[in-house]
Design a protein around this ligand. Structure first.
Ligand SMILES: Nc1ncnc2c1ncn2[C@@H]1O[C@H](COP(=O)(O)OP(=O)(O)OP(=O)(O)O)[C@@H](O)[C@H]1O
Ligand SMILES: [Mg+2]
Length: 214
């Protein structure tokens, strides 16, 4: 499976999802490569931190920049079962190029900053990519949702997304939890934290299953 985690906005949780999903895939004996197309290099930094901890599975990662990544992704797809790409901050050359070759695009959106303009722009980009990549499936995942049950962000997001035929909302909602920041700092996924972070682990497992169809 070739998965791209991208979007038009910075700081929505792209690297968080890339690193968690990649570690979980490795833990299932998956043959996965992370491609970091962000010059900030946070996913690569995470992978390097992880490598320093021999108790955990190594997650291979490489950095790639520029338009050529479309053909590079295709080449690498022959060598790895799964590729997870971190598209970095904004509407970039890498995001556009990768969209033409991946199977799934996952767009994390911060529940509290949910905005229709970003979605309209992404929907337009997806339409352009589909001209080259008819099999592209695009999903939106709500991230950093409030853990306060009285906040109705999820329902609002569902209603807005109904207007975009090419963007589907994943059932799993990822909440704002310290566990994500703890895991990121140590090169881990939330399912690997000790003591266990049950709620974060549960939602990430649910997201993993939705994305990898398990
Ligand atoms: N569900 C969450 N709960 C708590 N903190 C989170 C969550 N998701 C992301 N964060 C934190 O928010 C910050 C931004 O997340 P992240 O780096 O994953 O976003 P990004 O989309 O990759 O950003 P950029 O556009 O800069 O690459 C990080 O400090 C991260 O630890
Ligand atoms: Mg990032």
């Amino acid at each position: 499976m070739i998965i791209l985690i991208g979007g038009e906005k910075g700081g929505t949780g792209k690297t968080t999802l890339v690193t968690n999903l990649a570690a979980m895939r490795r833990n299932q004996d998956g043959d996965v490569l992370v491609i970091d197309t962000d010059k900030q290099g946070s996913a690569s930094y995470w992978a390097a931190t992880r490598e320093g901890n021999e108790l955990f599975t190594r997650v291979p990662s490489i950095q790639k920049f520029g338009k050529a990544i479309a053909s590079e992704i295709k080449d690498l797809a022959c060598r790895y079962e799964d590729i997870i790409i971190d598209a970095g901050g904004r509407d970039s050359i890498e995001l556009r190029a990768a969209m033409t070759v991946v199977e799934q695009l996952i767009i994390p959106i911060q529940a509290s900053q949910f905005d229709v303009w970003t979605l309209a722009a992404m929907s337009e980009l997806v339409n352009q990519a589909i001209a080259f990549n008819q099999d592209l499936k695009t999903f939106v995942v709500l991230n950093r949702a409030s853990t306060n049950p009285s906040v109705s962000e999820t329902q609002e997001a569902k209603e807005v997304l109904e207007d975009f035929e090419n963007l589907k909302l994943l059932n799993t909602v990822v909440h704002d939890r310290i566990a994500y920041r703890k895991a990121a700092k140590s090169g881990l996924s939330v399912v690997e934290l000790q003591p266990k972070e049950v709620k974060a682990a549960r939602e990430m497992t649910s997201l993993y299953k939705e994305i990898f169809h398990e």
